[in-house]
Design a protein around this ligand. Structure first.
Ligand SMILES: NC(=O)c1ccc[n+]([C@@H]2O[C@H](COP(=O)([O-])OP(=O)(O)OC[C@H]3O[C@@H](n4cnc5c(N)ncnc54)[C@H](OP(=O)(O)O)[C@@H]3O)[C@@H](O)[C@H]2O)c1
Length: 332
C-alpha cells in the first residue's frame, strides 16, 4: 500500500523504535525526532532500526533490520514542515520539554498520540501549551496503552521480549470521525502488534485506569523491596501492601468515574493486580529498574497522579502519597 501520511516519532527508545519498525513494515514513511546531533550521528552510522523478537520460540531470535526510517534533530531550526501524525513515546516526565520543541510544527490538522505508562501527561500538555488556545489551533489527541514489552540493547536496537496488545482511542469523541484521527487509527490497525484502534474513550479510559492501579501497586513495592514481581506473592506482608494500595486507589478512581463503572470496582482491580503479578513472576518492574540504575522514575504519573486525583476530590491518599515520596527519595 502506498500512502503519504508521515509519522513522526518523538522518543526513539524501546517503544518508539518498535513502532517505527512496524510502521515501516506497513509502508508508512517514518521520521524519528532525535534529541541532539550526537544521537543523529549515531543513527546515521547505524542507518537502521533493529528489532529482535524473543517473545516466541517459533519466530526465532533473528534480528530484523529496518531501513528507510528517516531522522532529524527535534529542534532543528531548518526543519519547519508541519507534522501530520506525531507519536509520543518519551518517558512521561520528559514529555513536556520534548514536545515544546515541536509544538510550532503542530496544527489542528495534526494528531498527537501518547503511548506511555501512567496518566496525566495529556492534561499537562493541554494546560501548558493550549490553555489559552482557540479550539481551531489544538491538535487532535489520541491516548494509548500497551502490554507489549521491549527494551533497548543499543541505540536503535530493541529486543521485543513480550508480545502483548495495544489499545488506542481519541480523547474527544467529536473528533473520532475526523479524517486525521481515522488516518492514524488506520495506520495503527495495520501494524502486526495486536492493535485495537479507535476504542471509545470510556473503554480506553477504563483500561488506562486499570493499568494505572496495577502499576501503582506493583511498581513502587518491587522498587522498594528490590525484588521481581513474583516475590510479592510469597509474603503475607507484601500481599497486604498490594491490597491496601489497591483499595486506596480504587476509592480514588471511583470518586473520579463513579461507582457504576463496575470493572473498576475494588474487587476487579485487586483481581487485575494479582493476575498481572502472577503472569509476570520473573519480571523486574520498570520502576525497580529505574531505582536500581538511580534514574528518574515515572512515579509522578502513577501514584503521584492518584494523589492529585484524590486531592481534587478532597480524599485522603496517605498510601499513594507515601509511595510517591519514598520512590522520589530513592531516585533523586
Ligand atoms: N518499554 C516497554 O516495554 C514499555 C511498555 C509499556 C509502556 N512503556 C512506556 O512507554 C514510554 C516509553 O518507554 P521506553 O521504554 O520506550 O523508554 P526509553 O527506551 O527510555 O525511550 C524514551 C526515549 O525518549 C527520548 N527522549 C527523551 N527526551 C527527549 C527529548 N527532549 N527529545 C527527543 N527525544 C527525547 C530518549 O532519548 P535518549 O535516547 O536520547 O535518552 C529515549 O530515546 C514510557 O512511558 C514507558 O513507561 C514502555
Amino acid at each position: 500500500m502506498v500512502t503519504t501520511s508521515r509519522f513522526h516519532i518523538l522518543g526513539a527508545g524501546a517503544i518508539g523504535c518498535l513502532l517505527a519498525h512496524h510502521l515501516r513494515q506497513a509502508n508508512y514513511p517514518v521520521t524519528l525526532l532525535l534529541r541532539n546531533s550526537e544521537s543523529l550521528l549515531r543513527f546515521g552510522s547505524a542507518n537502521s532500526i533493529t528489532i529482535t523478537p524473543t517473545f516466541s520460540k517459533q519466530s526465532g531470535v533473528q534480528p530484523i533490520k529496518t531501513k528507510g526510517v528517516e531522522a532529524e534533530i527535534v529542534d532543528s531550526k531548518e526543519t519547519l514542515s508541519k507534522i501530520e501524525h506525531l507519536i509520543v513515546t518519551t518517558k512521561t516526565y520528559d514529555t513536556s520539554l520534548a514536545l515544546s520543541k515541536v509544538k510550532e510544527r503542530l496544527t489542528s490538522n495534526s494528531t498527537v498520540t501518547f503511548l506511555q505508562n501512567g496518566m496525566g501527561v495529556y492534561e499537562e500538555i493541554l494546560n501548558k501549551f493550549y490553555g489559552k488556545a482557540d479550539q481551531s489551533e489544538i491538535p487532535k489527541f489520541i491516548l494509548g496503552t500497551t502490554t507489549h514489552g521491549c527494551f533497548r540493547t543499543e541505540p536503535f536496537q530493541v529486543t521485543h521480549a513480550g508480545f502483548g496488545r495495544l489499545l488506542l482511542g481519541a480523547v474527544d469523541p467529536a473528533q473520532r470521525n475526523t479524517s486525521q484521527v481515522q488516518q492514524t487509527m488506520k495506520a495503527f490497525s495495520q501494524l502486526d502488534l495486536e492493535v485495537q484502534a479507535d476504542q471509545p474513550f470510556e473503554v480506553l479510559r477504563a483500561k488506562l485506569l486499570e493499568k494505572l492501579v496495577v502499576n501503582a501497586c506493583i511498581n513502587p513495592l518491587t522498587a522498594t523491596l528490590g525484588c521481581k514481581n513474583g516475590i510479592l506473592l510469597e509474603n503475607e506482608h507484601s500481599i497486604n501492601l498490594l491490597k491496601d494500595t489497591c483499595y486506596e486507589a480504587s476509592q480514588i478512581i471511583q470518586a473520579e468515574v463513579g461507582k457504576t463503572v463496575t470493572n473498576l470496582s475494588y474487587e476487579n482491580l485487586e483481581k487485575s493486580v494479582f493476575e498481572v503479578c502472577n503472569a509476570t513472576l520473573d519480571n523486574k518492574s520498570s520502576m525497580l529498574q529505574d531505582v536500581s540504575a538511580k534514574r528518574k522514575s515515572e512515579i509522578d504519573y502513577i501514584n503521584g497522579y492518584l494523589v492529585r486525583l484524590a486531592d481534587s476530590h478532597n480524599l485522603p491518599s496517605p498510601i499513594n502519597r507515601m509511595w510517591t515520596q519514598l520512590i522520589k527519595a530513592k531516585t533523586k
